[in-house]
Design a protein around this ligand. Structure first.
Ligand SMILES: NC(=O)C1=CN([C@@H]2O[C@H](COP(=O)(O)OP(=O)(O)OC[C@H]3O[C@@H](n4cnc5c(N)ncnc54)[C@H](OP(=O)(O)O)[C@@H]3O)[C@@H](O)[C@H]2O)C=CC1
Ligand SMILES: O=C(O)CCCC(=O)O
Length: 494
């Protein structure tokens, strides 16, 4: 099979939506020169952002550190009130945020609205959680003393976020950091920095102390992390992105013994059993694969389908994929937007060619488009072989790679044959099977009969080489807290 592009029409951007997105960009305080930010659907430069050197990054650390002293002493109610005000301001700007996300990242407007809902939920969750600090009071087992455990802010947090969920990845880190009493330096991905700038602008408008959240963008991320993570004022690093970069950041963090949270790569198995509800399985797989154009670390990567349901399932999934309208995220009715860059499109071609060469059947898609933007068709491959690259690598794009299996034990063994352990999915109407398989999957997250398990109230995170720590829920707050105890000597007074 050779690399092909087709001349099929793509949905174009709606003019009013484009104007809306560009008006939001105009409202952000940005320089006229610096790193160019491109719209992945058109390759057009839509803004410039500062290219901060090491000196500017360390200056930002200094400013956040100074602002953090008062913030650490603020009452829990003050923090909660400020976070509630930020939440309200974000919600009031839902349409602005959604248009901006779609313009800089490529996802369809409807999905961008979903991200705004998801991303703002983290701010609301931590506004509510801020006033309920964990801690307890108990006696030592041998008597004679009492133990009082308390939480304190871990200190200045460096947050490094990816391009795939420009709002949600930022709020999932900033909100718990602020709730715990920590100042923040955030470095968004150079590919999608505008949403972070805008969301932080909305935070300041809502009353977050001006210097508490510092945004740094740079063309030299390596120099940034080498300088900032070794600075003694920094006490925490939280990263979402690729496993190789995560490993590098952990090396740097070890020198300063930083508290570290890492949300890294995935290779999610999705298992459909013969006793699954076919429609539920197709809907769930469609969502687990095509959410965010497949550009998610919890995206279904290896789809295992039991022999008895496989033909019906693959036919129904291929039909759904073939109907997805492709085009500009700001277009009317777009179901799949542009991928993040041209490297991602080239990678989808390579994966498809490799899988077909090794024996897979292409059921739909498998091609790009004659376009300046980064488009690749929704693709379904059946009978994928274990030695194919799509079975071994994180696809991060709109290719559903289906393999078949016969027994439950075989499915579990194959699902766990990876160094990654972020998410897994199981589709069956048998409750015992669902729970037994979920227990056997070596992942931090399991979707049971559903394809999008993420929620602000859930402790998102992986095991094995998918990362360390959790984001969301009360566990996500603990990532920004020190646990301390006081041992109080007791003696009888009567
Ligand atoms: N777990 C997840 O959610 C994600 C996983 N990925 C996986 O990673 C692959 C590559 O995507 P990519 O965007 O390159 O992911 P990266 O891991 O390279 O980038 C993620 C973030 O880390 C920053 N970064 C990169 N290198 C360093 C460094 N040495 N020090 C500090 N920060 C750094 C990036 O900044 P900048 O881009 O400005 O250099 C970005 O902000 C994807 O195809 C996918 O497989 C990607 C994104 C998210
Ligand atoms: O790591 C990612 O790909 C982003 C998180 C996805 C999610 O929160 O559902």
């Amino acid at each position: 099979m050779t690399i092909t592009n087709v001349a099929a029409p793509l949905i174009t951007a709606d003019a009013a939506s484009l104007r809306h997105a560009d008006a939001v960009i105009q409202s952000i305080n940005l320089p006229s020169q610096g790193i160019a930010v491109q719209d992945p659907a058109t390759a057009e430069t839509i803004a410039h952002i500062p290219d901060a050197g090491v000196e500017a990054a360390l200056e930002a650390v200094g400013k956040a550190d100074a602002a953090g002293a008062d913030w650490a002493k603020s009452s829990l109610r003050q923090r909660a009130d400020v976070l509630h005000a930020w939440y309200d301001n974000l919600v009031a700007h839902t349409e602005d945020l959604a248009h901006l996300i779609s313009r800089e990242m490529g996802k369809p407007l409807a999905e961008a609205r979903g991200e705004v809902k998801y991303g703002t939920d983290f701010v609301r969750w931590y506004a509510e959680e801020a006033v309920r600090p964990a801690g307890n009071f108990r006696d030592t087992p041998d008597g004679g003393a009492s133990l009082l455990t308390r939480r304190s802010p871990v200190g200045l947090a460096v947050l490094i976020t990816p391009w795939n969920f420009p709002l949600a990845m930022a709020t999932r880190k900033i909100a718990p950091a602020l709730a715990a009493g920590c100042p923040v330096v955030i470095k968004p991905a150079t590919l999608t920095p505008l949403t972070t700038y805008f969301a932080v602008q909305l935070a300041i408008e809502a009353g977050v102390p001006e210097e508490l959240i510092q945004v740094i963008t740079t063309s030299n991320s390596g120099a940034f992390s080498e300088a900032v993570l070794l600075d003694p004022r920094v006490r925490k690093v939280s990263f979402t992105g690729s496993t190789p970069v995560g490993r590098r950041l952990l090396e740097l963090a070890s020198r300063n013994v930083l508290r570290s949270s890492m949300e890294l790569g995935g290779n999610a198995p999705l298992i459909v059993f013969n006793d699954a509800d076919l429609q539920r399985a197709v809907d769930g797989t469609f969502a687990a694969k095509l959410r965010n154009g497949g550009q998610s670390c919890i995206g279904a990567n290896r789809i295992y389908v039991q022999d008895g349901i496989a033909d019906d399932f693959t036919a129904a999934l291929a039909e759904r994929f073939a109907q997805v309208p492709v085009g500009n995220g700001l277009g009317q009715g777009t179901g799949l937007g542009a991928l993040i860059d041209d490297r991602a499109v080239a990678q989808m071609h390579t994966y498809t060619n490799n899988a077909v060469t090794l024996g897979a059947t292409l059921l739909t898609g498998g091609h790009g488009y004659d376009s300046a933007g980064n488009f690749f068709a929704p693709t379904v491959l059946d009978h994928v072989t274990e030695d194919s690259d799509v079975a071994k690598s994180e696809i991060f794009g709109p290719i559903a790679a289906i393999q078949r299996f016969t027994t439950e034990t075989e499915a579990i063994t194959r699902a766990n044959a990876t160094e990654f352990g972020l998410a897994g999915y199981v589709f069956t109407e048998n409750l015992d099977r669902a729970l037994n398989v979920a227990d056997s999957l070596e992942t931090g997250i399991v979707g049971i009969n559903q394809g999008v398990p993420s929620n602000a109230g859930a402790p998102f995170g992986g095991i094995k080489q998918s990362g360390l720590g959790r984001e969301g829920s009360s566990e996500g707050l603990e990532e920004y807290e020190n646990i301390r105890f006081y041992n109080v000597a007791r003696r009888a007074t009567a």
